[in-house]
Every structure is written in C-alpha cells, then in structure tokens.
Design a binder for this molecule. Structure first.
Ligand SMILES: *[C@@H]1O[C@H](CO)[C@@H](O)[C@H](O)[C@H]1NC(C)=O
Ligand SMILES: *[C@@H]1O[C@H](CO)[C@@H](O)[C@H](O)[C@H]1NC(C)=O
Ligand SMILES: *[C@@H]1O[C@H](CO)[C@@H](O)[C@H](O)[C@H]1NC(C)=O
Length: 286
C-alpha cells in the first residue's frame, strides 16, 4: 500500500501544488470563525486555538460549525481522521441547516464524509443535496492514508460549479445544470465538522480500540458572509475571486487530473446507479 501511495504521489506532484500534508501556517484561531455545536465536552480547542480535536467514546461524539452562513466561497479545512475507527464517521461539510437537526427536507448540503475503517483502504463519501434529500453520492478510494497526516479538503461553491478538492486535486465536479432541470444548491450554508457514531451505516465500532480522535486545523474562511439583512445577489459578485470566470471551469491541467481520479479511484457513482434516471445531470455526464 505504502509504495502505491508513494508512486501516485509522485505522479500528482507534477500536476498539483502539494501532495503530502499541508505545511501552511494555519494562523486563524478557531474561535474567530467557529463555535462548538454539540458534544461540547468532546470538542477540545488546542494550541492557542489553531487546532481542534473531537473525541468520540461511548458517551458522545462532537461537532462544530461556523458562526456565519455563507452564500458562496472556497471553503477549506485540514483534517486528520481517527485510526482503527470502524463505524465512526468524520465529516467536513456545508449545510444550510444551522443547528444540525437531521431531516430538514428542503435543505442544501455538500459533504465530505470519511467512512471509519480498521485500516486501508479508506473510502471517502461525497454527497450533494439540493433542496431535497440528496442521494447524489460519489465515493472514492483514497490514494493516501488520511489517518496519518493532515490533508486539505476544500469545496468551491459558486453559481456555475461546485468542486471538491483534496490537497488541491479536484475529485468531484458538480456543474450548475439548472437549464436542463437539474437542482443546484443555492441556500446560504454553514460550515460544519463532526465525529459521530455511524455504526448503523458502517458496522459496529470496537470501542476498546479508542480513544478515537479527529483533528482539524486551518480555520480561515474565504466565503461571502450572509445573514438575513444581506442582499442575496451580493454573494454572486464577480469581485469575489471564487466567483470569477477562472473558477467557472476546471483548467485543462485540472481536467486531466480529474479524469485520472475518476478512472482510478471512484468506487461508487450515483450516475451509474439504478437511481440515475431521477437526476437530469446524469444524462449529460460531467
Ligand atoms: C452506535 O450506534 C449503534 C447503531 O445505531 C447503536 O446500536 C450503538 O448503541 C451506538 N453506540 C453508542 C456507544 O452509542
Ligand atoms: C449582515 O451582513 C451584512 C453584509 O451583507 C453586514 O454588513 C452586517 O454587519 C451583517 N450583520 C450581522 C448582524 O452580522
Ligand atoms: C465552462 O462551463 C460552462 C458551464 O458551466 C460551459 O457552458 C462552458 O462551455 C465552459 N467553458 C469552457 C471554456 O469549457
């Protein structure tokens, strides 16, 4: 496994700016942009606020969210997920639901979900909810071990496209296809992170292998803040770099590596499933 990871890393080095964990100085403290949301005694703020650790044990997991909602942006966090954590889900996501109440039917959401496992391969689930209950999953077999190091997970969200990135590498593109009747996320969203018991989905956890911890860093936010008195159009302004035309499409270089990612690492795609017929965007591919 190690040498596979390494060789892919070498390939990607030619195409992406960084491959291993991030060395960037993550200087914005957690408190400035985020608050603990649930399982508060399981959410620890470390290193003068530049790192947050969520712990899960049989009594609770935990979660945090951004103080503000955002109407567009380029949202990034560095994350190291727990080891030997079968049954436990570590997340980084955007959602229009402020307090994380489940359901919320008509909400928008963009998910990075790491499926806890007892060792490699590690599967990343991504999902897109647009005014409905989602089911737009794509899953990837990660080409590195996300439990060993911090990696950067990013979501670009503007009126034209949504792109999921890992360490600057685009792994998923969701175009605005409203013209052909596809739904597209447009409700202002909060940024969330959490660690929770997903045994029902992923199988039972062996709690004796704990404690299970996820570490988050990099709390700077490049997004358009939105509140009830904001003008919805303001977050579409081309003055914001993430809304500018150079972020409407992948570059040629990004398209090449994105193709490679889809060829090698995708293990589930809703557009290849039974339910594809329910999604207009699946008819035209991406
Ligand atoms: C974790 O979730 C499973 C499935 O819902 C449940 O049976 C189990 O009791 C939960 N474990 C803890 C410690 O909460
Ligand atoms: C709401 O957002 C506007 C900008 O859209 C900002 O000027 C104002 O200070 C914000 N209000 C609050 C209470 O955050
Ligand atoms: C950029 O993407 C849009 C759809 O968002 C598409 O219509 C357009 O053709 C693309 N432009 C280029 C140069 O690929």
């Amino acid at each position: 496994m190690g040498s596979l990871y390494l060789s892919l890393c070498v390939i990607f080095l030619f195409l992406a700016s960084n491959c291993s964990s991030s060395n960037k100085a993550d200087v914005i403290p957690f408190d400035k942009n985020y608050i603990p949301l649930w399982g508060i005694d399981h959410v620890s703020i470390l290193d003068q606020g530049i790192q947050v650790q969520i712990r899960i044990d049989p009594t609770s997991g935990g979660g945090f969210r951004s103080r503000q909602a955002y109407g567009s942006g380029f949202f990034r966090i560095s994350l190291k997920i727990p080891t030997n954590a079968k049954g436990i889900l570590a997340t980084f996501y955007l959602t229009s639901v402020e307090d994380n109440t489940p359901g919320g039917g008509n909400h928008d959401e963009l998910d990075f979900e790491f499926l806890g496992h007892d060792g490699p391969p590690y599967i990343l689930n991504t999902n897109v909810f647009a005014q409905d209950s989602g089911h737009r999953e794509q899953q990837f077999n990660l080409w590195f071990d996300p439990t060993l190091d911090f990696h950067d997970y990013e979501i670009l969200w503007n009126k034209k496209q949504i792109v999921f990135f890992i360490d600057g590498i685009p792994i998923r593109v969701f175009k605005n296809n409203e013209l052909i009747g596809a739904k597209y996320p447009k409700i202002p969203m909060y940024i969330h992170g959490s660690l929770w018991n997903a045994s029902e989905w992923l199988g039972p956890t062996d709690w004796s292998r704990g404690p299970f911890v996820a570490n988050y860093r990099g709390f700077e936010i490049n997004g358009c803040p939105y509140n009830e008195s904001s003008n919805p159009q303001d977050c579409e302004s081309l003055q914001y770099p993430w809304n500018a035309p150079n972020n409407w499409n992948l570059t040629t270089e990004q398209q090449n590596i994105y193709k490679e990612i889809k060829n090698r690492f995708i293990v589930y795609d809703y557009c290849e499933s039974e339910s594809a017929k329910n999604f207009p965007e699946c008819r035209i591919g991406s």
